[in-house]
Write a protein that binds this ligand. Structure first.
Ligand SMILES: [Zn+2]
Ligand SMILES: [Zn+2]
Length: 879
């Protein structure tokens, strides 16, 4: 089917399900998302934060990807060579947990399979069920270059990982050492500081008494973890603490394990804490470990890797941490060595993957010396090589970088990049790019590779350049690095952005990305975090099924104010769907009304045309500026207002009689509408790619909107006089429509309007546009004159006075009575509300939100009262 103009006829309603899939496929077939490294265009590149291979699209991804897609599409349309590179992260712990759970269903553990078979099994899992998210990204419309898809464990990226590890080792920026690290007794692996989530939990402070060796008394110490006393190797006091001056250097008999331990003086002791004397457990506390280093104290590890007491705990062996805490306290109490136990909440670290309480553990691990790398990263931001949008996040970044500690990068997992370090029987370490045949120190041929793998963030930290072929000097690297923008939620500035900056600035200077654009988290309509336990999680796939992809994308972007959280409710997605439908109806109307395409004809035009082109140019400029300023929410707001109200409502209604009349003016009206629609579709395309593509193709006959061009500047279209004139007409029409609605004038009534203009120019305007006002306000006619003496209602609309005769329009007495009744009802409600809020009992006992609600209601009643009184005034001139 075609329209009379020879264009394909669009279906009556927009059905996203029949449009989206084929449209995306057409884009793929045409190769519009592929980046041509050899083109002469300016570059715009982004690396997609690689989703976990275990992942599926959640609402946070939907926001993050839509945000990046708007940037990619915007720049593609503006003539840039765009590379948006996709891929996935192997996600060490997360993936290993998934496959271990599968094995558990078969009654097996990874140890039953052994390392090699287990890793094979993970690859098989990845091939089969990993990467579901990639299909979901297509559903969302991501305009990524699929020909360059990467995986953090693929061959090239693995080579980059090894190159970085060995280089850091050679530069003394990576070392192996015994340190207290965060240990997850469930995942059985070390965790970095940022993989630990601190949470306040109910706890206790147990006051213990340690007897002096010579029987001359006791020293009191306080601890939240009584069981760790089994591993104490000293008691420490502050050197300037007069209470303990005489005790320094003496020996304490550690109860239960009966070990003599010294009293040492160390300036790190906080004199204000507890008694001022602290127990020292070097193997289970980072601060105690440092004290032990300074005083040459031994470290006694009392736990197995599952955090169960080991043989060092004597008769407590075999108890887990919590049981041991109870038993140790009971045993001390029996000996009269438990003074008291206070209940007190305190922060405890939890594994970010499995929520198990983290155990500080002394352990031999690999660390990156982060200080020099962090300094380089901070310098890149300070010097403006990289900037944050919004800029306030730089403060967050600096604050975190300044207190960064060395990064523990070894993980006791099997899934990941194996650490390229080998040990000979003599304990020499060989770190090498190629698997070595012999020890680099002694030449021994008997080598064992380190069992551990690297932290997942080690490889994702290389993402901006490893994906471009680094360490090779590839054309892609030369063309697309540094990447232009890195888009991410503020929650992973530390996890990820900081690591990419450290590695990028060091290995591929000057910086991995020029801009870090930060968006917020998607929350529910009340601003509450979405979580399974609150039952307020929104599934983006369901929303796309129900309302279409464009609707979801628009609703997300509409809420994505720079750097702040993004509230989302299903109703808003529904509202965005209605917007897509509105566009569709607008598109169908314009396409059926005119055959024109391209820029509108120049020369004198009707007021409606001049006004529309002026508003269009202002919208184009403001939308473009907002997009470029990383404020797509503002762009979406402007486009929604313009397309819905000015274009679809006002402009179309104003054009209808002109179109119907035919002739040159009809052509001009149609051409102006078609041009405004085309520009609007192009401006909206980065956010709503599907419906705009479908309409844009039908309207203009072009193959695709994705390759631009972006609507050109037309500053000459800005016409303040036309806008001012149109504003006066709109004010009058709105006032008349409001009057009709408020006073319930039947829609069949067509009164004559008398306009008393403020000056000659306004008189001329209403005379020239009388027909538009008549139609849009449902009038019988418009007269220009002076104030009448017959019964009339008087409306004020801007500078003009509008008079409507009331005879035959409405029953004046009945309308007055109705307003009186309404006034009485509202007055009564106001009195009740006031009495309630004056009642001290209510104010005291009702919950806060109930009181707030009552106050809100009172304000609403006041507003309603003011409105009714204004309506009475409108009728007061009438007899
Ligand atoms: Zn864990
Ligand atoms: Zn050796």
């Amino acid at each position: 089917m075609t329209t009379p103009q020879g264009r394909p006829e669009l279906p009556k309603t927009y059905d996203p399900t029949t449009v989206e899939g084929p449209t995306y496929q057409r884009w793929l077939d045409a190769g519009v998302f592929g980046a041509d490294q050899a083109s002469g265009r300016p570059r715009f590149s982004m690396a997609l934060p690689p989703p976990n291979v275990t992942g599926s699209l959640h609402i946070g991804h939907a926001l993050d990807h839509t945000y990046q897609d708007y940037l990619a599409r915007l720049h593609r349309m503006r003539g840039f060579e765009v590379l948006w590179l996709p891929g996935m992260d192997h996600a060490g712990i997360a993936t290993q947990n998934v496959v271990e759970r599968e094995l558990a269903k078969e009654g097996k553990t990874r140890f039953d399979l052994g390392r090699e078979a287990f890793v094979e099994r993970v690859w098989a899992w990845k091939a089969e069920s990993g990467g579901r998210i990639l299909g979901q990204m297509q559903r969302l419309g991501d305009s990524v270059d699929w020909s360059r898809e990467r995986f953090t464990m693929d061959e090239g990226l693995s080579r980059a990982v090894r190159e970085v590890f060995v280089s850091l080792y050679e530069q003394d920026l990576l070392y192996r050492g015994r340190r207290i690290i965060n240990w997850c007794p469930r995942c059985l692996t070390a965790l970095s500081d940022i993989e630990v989530e601190h949470e306040e939990v109910p706890g206790e402070l147990a006051h213990l008494r340690y007897p002096l060796q010579d029987g001359s008394g006791f020293i009191g110490v306080a601890t939240s973890r009584a069981e760790t006393m089994l591993g104490d190797t000293a008691v420490a006091v502050h050197p300037d603490d007069p209470r303990y001056r005489d005790l320094v250097g003496r020996t304490v008999r550690l109860p239960l394990v009966d070990r003599p331990i010294p009293v040492v003086a160390d300036a790190a002791v906080d004199r204000e804490f507890g008694t001022g004397a602290v127990k020292v457990t070097p193997a289970h506390d980072p601060n105690d470990w440092e004290i032990a280093q300074r005083h040459g104290l031994p470290a006694v590890d009392i736990f197995t890797e599952e955090a169960v007491v080991n043989a060092e705990g004597g008769r407590f062996e075999g108890l887990d941490r919590y049981a041991a805490r109870r038993e140790v306290k009971a045993a001390l109490a029996e000996l009269g060595l438990l003074e008291r136990v206070e209940e007190t909440p305190h922060p405890v670290g939890h594994c970010y993957r499995c929520r198990t309480e983290v155990e500080p553990r002394l352990s031999l691990q690999w660390f990156v010396a982060t200080r020099p790398l962090a300094d380089e990263a901070m310098e890149a931001v300070r010097s403006g090589q990289t900037r944050f949008e919004p800029v306030r996040y730089e403060k967050t970044f600096f604050g975190w970088m300044e207190q960064l500690r060395d990064w523990c990068v070894s993980r006791q997992l099997w899934w990941g990049h194996r650490i390229p370090a080998w040990y000979c029987p003599d304990g020499h370490v060989t770190v090498a790019r190629q698997d070595p045949a012999a020890c680099a120190s002694c030449g021994a041929g008997e080598l064992a590779q380190d069992e551990d793998v690297l932290d997942t963030w080690f490889s994702s930290g290389l993402w901006p350049f490893s994906t471009l072929g680094w360490p090779d000097r590839t054309d892609d690297l030369a063309s697309f690095y540094p990447t232009s923008v890195l888009v991410t939620g503020y929650d992973i500035i530390f996890f990820w952005v900081a690591r990419m900056l450290m590695f990028g600035c060091h290995f591929q200077p000057p910086t991995p990305f020029e801009v870090v654009a930060i968006h917020g988290m998607v929350r529910d309509a009340q601003g509450k975090k979405m979580s399974k336990s609150f039952g307020n999680v929104i599934d983006p796939i369901e929303l796309m099924d129900r309302y279409g992809t464009d609707a979801l994308r628009f609703a997300l972007i509409r809420g994505a104010n720079p750097g702040t959280d993004v509230p989302l409710a299903e109703e808003w997605v529904e509202g965005a769907r209605n917007f897509a439908n509105k566009l569709w109806n607008l598109g169908r109307f314009v396409i059926s009304a005119t055959a024109a395409t391209g820029a509108p004809p120049a020369g004198a035009a009707a007021l409606a045309d001049r006004w529309l082109l002026s508003r269009l140019e202002e919208t184009r400029a403001a939308v473009t500026a907002a997009y470029e300023a990383y404020d797509p929410a503002e762009a979406a707001r402007l486009l929604h207002g313009f397309a819905w109200s000015e274009l679809a409502d006002w402009a179309v209604e104003l054009a209808k009689p002109r179109l119907a009349a035919g002739g040159e003016d009809a052509e001009r009206a149609g051409a102006t509408l078609a041009y405004a629609l085309e520009v609007t579709l192009r401006l909206l395309h980065p956010v709503m790619p599907f419906v705009t593509e479908e309409l844009g193709r039908a309207l203009t006959g072009v193959e695709t909107l994705t390759l631009g061009p972006w609507p050109a500047e037309r500053p000459g279209d800005v016409d303040p006089a036309a806008e001012a004139a149109m504003a006066e007409l709109q004010e009058a029409i709105v006032a008349l429509r409001r009057f009709r609605a408020e006073h319930r004038v039947p829609s069949s009534s067509r009164p004559r309007l008398l306009v008393v203009p403020a000056d000659d120019a306004q008189a001329a305007l209403f005379r020239a546009e009388a027909d538009s006002v008549r139609r849009l306000a449902r009038l019988d006619g418009v007269e220009i004159g002076s104030a009448p003496s017959t019964p009339t209602a008087k409306l004020l609309a801007g500078r003009a006075e509008l008079y409507l005769p009331l005879v035959g329009l409405l029953d004046l007495d009945e309308e007055r009575a109705r307003l009186e009744r309404e006034l009485a009802t509202l007055d009564a409600e106001r009195a009740r509300a006031e009495a309630k809020l004056a009642n001290p009992d209510f104010l005291e006992k009702a919950p806060g939100p109930v009181v707030a609600k009552a106050r809100e209601r009172l304000a609403e009643v006041d507003q309603a009262l003011a409105k009714v009184r204004a309506q009475q005034t409108e009728l007061s001139g009438a007899r």
